[in-house]
Design a protein around this ligand. Structure first.
Ligand code: FES
Length: 320
């Protein structure tokens, strides 16, 4: 994908929906409509800071049926490397940003007999667009949505209004927990489960579904990882004859891009596999943080996903 081909957008509304989550409404700066998308799609928002460019993936949560605007929600991350703080602290109504075209790595299965949606916290966002698709699809569905408290339940009121009888909310503060075993044991044949939320929730749902005999093709999850902070190191780009210094709070991909070398990407969250890069040499350890490579591939040390992974080494040479 050519990410040079971005769309310039204007921020037309910002709403603080929970103490940590802001909701942004974007319109094409040039007027007209945005490209079509389906529920589960994400966009990459390009944020040009003073010293650094941030490119973060956010799920589209507006209805795929209305393309005058796109909507995304951003949770302020305490451990942010800059992107979520930029969106929360610097972006104002009227500002212009760039976005990449929507990509869907978390689509609804078209032949599912029923859709079981499970969300935790900010993981509700892809489901907001999927629910808009499901309301007209004529296939049974239900949403189970866990948050810390009613105050942290983003779009809880809207969901109850739009989806009467189809949404069940759970609040940690009152000790309500989703009964994953019960839910995944009592579904009609042909049901697909979708989960988006914190890593432990995703792991629990996937593990429980597999234990209950659900085929992998019926289990869907989305978990974009934010690139973690790590030690600084140098990377040598063999084909470009460049040496790049990777500082602790910048990802390997961001550092390579800042040096003017393009690497293909779709998710920037360790999921899609597009940024897969061949390792020529490493004098130390690769720190794999992606959800794409198999354990064997990670152990082989031959490839790395630079969007989220890095190295603890004195020398890393990549085939770029
Ligand atoms: S861009 Fe998707 S895994 Fe790196």
């Amino acid at each position: 994908m050519n990410h040079a081909d971005t769309i310039v957008v204007r921020v037309v509304a910002i709403e603080q929906v929970t103490p940590q989550i802001k909701h942004f409404t974007l319109a094409p700066a040039a007027g007209g409509n945005f490209p079509a998308f389906s529920g589960g799609s994400h966009i990459i928002v390009v944020m040009r800071g003073v010293n650094r460019i941030h490119r973060n993936p956010y799920s589209l949560m507006s209805s795929p049926g209305q393309l005058e605007t796109y909507e995304v929600s951003v949770r302020r991350m305490e451990q942010s490397r800059g992107g979520s703080h930029f969106m929360h602290d610097q972006v104002q109504v009227g500002n212009e940003l760039e976005i990449a075209h929507p990509v869907n790595l978390f689509p609804l299965d078209k032949i599912a007999r029923k859709h079981l949606l499970i969300a935790g916290g900010i993981g509700i966002t892809p489901f907001m667009a999927q629910l808009a698709d499901l309301r007209t699809a004529g296939v049974p569905y239900e949403l189970h949505y866990a948050t810390r408290s009613p105050e942290h339940c983003a779009f809880g009121g809207l969901l109850s209004e739009r989806e009467p009888g189809r949404v069940q909310k759970y609040y940690d503060c009152t000790g309500e927990l989703i009964d994953f075993e019960g839910l995944l044991s009592n579904q009609p044949l042909g049901t697909h489960v979708y989960v988006c939320g914190p890593a432990p929730m995703i792991e629990k749902v996937v593990a429980t579904a597999r234990e209950r005999g659900w085929p992998d093709s019926h289990i869907h999850w989305e978990q974009f990882s934010a690139p973690p902070v790590g030690d600084a190191f140098d990377v040598y780009l063999a084909r470009s004859s460049l040496k790049v210094h990777v500082v602790p709070d910048q990802s390997l991909l961001e550092s390579i891009e800042a040096a003017g070398v393009e690497v293909p990407y779709l998710c920037r969250g360790g999921v899609c596999g597009f940024c897969r890069t061949k390792v020529v040499e490493v004098d130390g350890t690769l720190v794999h943080n992606d959800h794409f490579l198999s354990d064997e591939e990670k152990a082989s040390g031959k490839t790395i996903m630079p969007c989220v992974s890095r190295a603890r080494c004195s020398k890393l040479v990549l085939d770029l």
